[in-house]
Design a binder for this molecule. Structure first.
Ligand code: PGA
Length: 246
């Protein structure tokens, strides 16, 4: 499977953010899967202005098929509008909007039913990590977020809450430990897909992250808002050539 480089513009972009995309180079992304998740209001602009090597992703998906759910955007609507990936269960949705893993499981089901490729985020808090219970916590979060969706194709992003928006992000040993567990859990649930890392990924640290054997890509927040995103993709490419894929 190709390495994946995903961006997430969160609520941090404007119409002008698209301008830097014209300065990305196709060769930086050659042989990779790449997307940027935009707020729904910018999907139409993304359809016009994204270069061919970038897929459009949603930052969230409604958990119902359709109906009287003011403000929601369904998986079917996203697919109708050329969206190919959807981030679900991001910690900012879980923390600020009260999303439970059960709600995330409904969203996952909608994605799979409508052919949207889900990128499911899991991650522990700093307290959980210092208590040494992160592996149990993550297993539970993954199991509950997957719901009954075994035998499916889902990319899983490990995004520790304490690393998102931080200066350094998580260390290589910390990422490796969790990524290996995630691969094992995916196998036990019959889930195929890539394991990504997210949390302060930059041009400076991406080479050591992608060198981790069980990491198949990165999810980039802040550094996806400018040309650094192209530099990150370029380094993922370069490093991926030097290791066998999982
Ligand atoms: P960050 O965000 O790269 O700005 O830390 C990552 C994320 O939230 O996916």
């Amino acid at each position: 499977m190709k390495k994946l480089v995903g961006g997430n513009w969160k609520e941090c972009c404007s119409k002008d953010t698209f301008k830097f995309l014209g300065r990305l180079r196709e060769e930086q992304f050659a042989g990779l899967d790449a997307f940027i998740a935009v707020p729904s209001i910018y999907i139409a602009q993304a359809r016009h202005e994204f270069p061919a090597f970038l897929r459009i992703a949603a930052q969230d998906v409604g958990r119902h098929e359709a109906g009287t759910y003011t403000g929601e955007v369904s998986a079917a609507m996203l697919r109708e509008n050329a969206v190919e990936y959807a981030i679900i269960g991001h910690s900012e949705r879980r923390t600020h909007f009260g999303e439970s893993s059960q709600m995330v499981a409904q969203k996952l089901k909608q994605c799979l039913q409508h052919g949207l490729r889900p990128v499911l985020c899991v991650g522990e808090t700093a307290d959980c990590r210092s208590a040494g219970t992160h592996i149990e916590f993550l297993h539970e979060q993954l199991r509950d977020s997957l719901g009954g969706c075994s035998d499916s194709s889902v990319d899983i992003a490990y995004e520790p809450l304490w690393a998102i928006g931080s200066v350094l992000g998580a260390g290589v040993a910390q990422i490796q430990e969790v990524a290996e567990h995630i691969h094992d859990w995916m196998a036990s649930y019959g889930v195929s897909g890539r394991v990504l890392y997210g949390g302060a990924v930059t041009e400076k640290n991406v080479t050591s992250i992608i060198a981790i054997r069980s990491i198949d890509g990165v999810l980039v927040g802040n550094a996806s808002l400018g040309e650094e995103f192209g530099a990150i993709a370029h380094k993922v490419r370069a490093a991926a050539c030097g290791k066998s894929s999982n």
